[in-house]
Design a protein around this ligand. Structure first.
Ligand code: AMP
Ligand code: MG
Length: 400
């Protein structure tokens, strides 16, 4: 098995990926989707001089001469604008969100006033108000036409709010691709079953579904295959024909019953990767055709999770049109001995200082200890004496 390194694996995956189709969806169905159009401000933000407090709109020039202001009109939010007019010492009783009268330049909040019985309002401290107070000036946040949301943004509550305020009833977003999860192994039984002494319950398939679900990606079908050549052949043939992406776990190493690689090699697919110089996850593989990309993860639950987060999720994000898929960087508190052959993925936990500390598993089959970890870091092979000096930034992937 010829091993490549993790960066070469990235290149081979990304050069094979096609972006999924874009579709129009009602705004309310767009949460978690990837935006495929740019959204510009259709009006200035805010669209008019907006009152920021409930109180009185006055002319600041009157502050030095007027002891009590005449209340000329009441102006709630949603009412068409009014003006103070020619009356010296006049004011408009105004509510938050109303259009500030064009001849007013200052809002005095209720709490800084005393309302009198004669239709007037007195200010508690006339000398503490200034022109511009509590007026959210038209266009002061964003000018009309400004690019507010870029193609490739993930649509969360803030982005949906911006799209709504700009009048987008529908948005152009990435279509959900058809994704099939395949687990393999004679020793694996369904969660509902009581395993016999030589069996264990399946967990990789549901873990993969869960991580995709947390990325707002749906799975079309989940199948389990026995370690049987014919079953692997016929079922892989079927799911590959019917899917845009297939994510397999198990059956890809050197064991006598690891049929997956040989079966994939007989199909009309290009083998891009089988074996990466990394720990865990060395047997990781990737095959593709024009219509389907197939990720083959090792069965070991920790390896499967690492390869899923390191390779599959970033690839799916790119295929779905998401921008900014580069891993984030973290700082490590300790130095680590080098390994000059393998890329290592090591579970870490955030410390209150913003640094991360290593949380190594007991052994490669231990996937309970990672419950305490927030994610894992990636260390490239190195023959430097001390590979990562405490405080040097390294790539980080958060567990989903
Ligand atoms: P394999 O890659 O098929 O050789 O499997 C390696 C190890 O991972 C074995 O101990 C399997 O029992 C375990 N394993 C494989 N698939 C799963 C799965 N879906 N859920 C939990 N463990 C699995
Ligand atoms: Mg197996």
């Amino acid at each position: 098995m010829k091993l490549i390194n993790s960066r070469e694996a990235d290149d081979l995956i990304f050069e094979s990926l096609c972006q999924v189709e874009a579709i129009d969806l009602p705004l309310l169905n767009c949460a978690g989707k990837i935006l495929r159009e740019n959204i510009h401000a259709d009006r200035p933000f805010p669209p008019f001089n907006r009152a920021m407090m409930d109180g009185y709109a006055i002319r600041s020039i009157d502050l030095s001469t007027v002891a009590a202001f005449d209340i000329i009109a009441e102006l709630p939010a949603g009412a068409p604008p009014v003006e103070i007019g020619n009356i010296s010492g006049g004011c408009i009783e105004i509510m938050t969100g109303a259009v500030v009268p064009s001849d007013s330049d200052c809002i005095i909040p209720y709490e800084l006033t005393n309302k009198l019985d004669n239709g007037q309002v007195a200010l508690k401290n006339s000398d503490q108000h200034n022109s511009g107070d509590f007026i959210h000036t038209v266009g002061s946040d964003q000018a009309e036409g400004t690019l507010l949301l870029e193609k490739g943004s993930v649509l969360g509550s803030r982005e949906i709010a911006i799209a709504a305020t700009c009048g987008h009833v529908h948005l152009k977003v990435s279509k959900m691709p058809s994704i099939t999860i395949v687990s393999t192994g004679d020793e694996l039984v369904d969660i509902k079953q009581i395993p016999l002494a030589h069996q264990i319950r399946r967990s990789n398939d549901v873990a993969i579904v869960a991580a995709l679900c947390r990325s707002h990606i749906n799975v079309k079908e989940s199948v389990h295959l026995p370690d049987d050549l014919e079953a692997v052949q016929s079922q892989l043939q079927r799911v590959i024909q019917q899917s845009d992406f297939v994510i397999i776990s198990g059956g890809i190493s050197m064991g006598n019953k690891d049929y997956v690689p040989a079966v994939l090699d007989t199909m009309n697919l290009e083998k891009k990767i089988h074996g990466v110089a990394q720990k865990p996850g060395k047997p990781f593989g990737f095959w593709s055709s024009e219509s389907t990309a197939i990720f083959a993860l090792p069965g070991n639950p920790l390896s499967a999770l690492v390869c899923l987060h390191r390779y599959v999720l970033p690839a799916l994000r790119v295929a779905l049109g998401q921008s900014q898929v580069k891993p984030s960087k973290v700082l490590l508190v300790t130095d680590i001995e080098p390994n000059d052959r393998l890329t290592r993925f090591l579970p870490v936990k955030f410390l209150s200082t913003g640094y991360v500390a290593l949380l190594p598993p007991q052994n490669s089959g231990d996937f309970v200890s990672i419950l305490g970890a927030d994610g894992f870091i990636e260390l490239q092979p190195s023959n430097r004496k001390i590979e990562v000096k405490g405080g040097e930034p390294v790539n980080y992937y958060a567990w989903l």
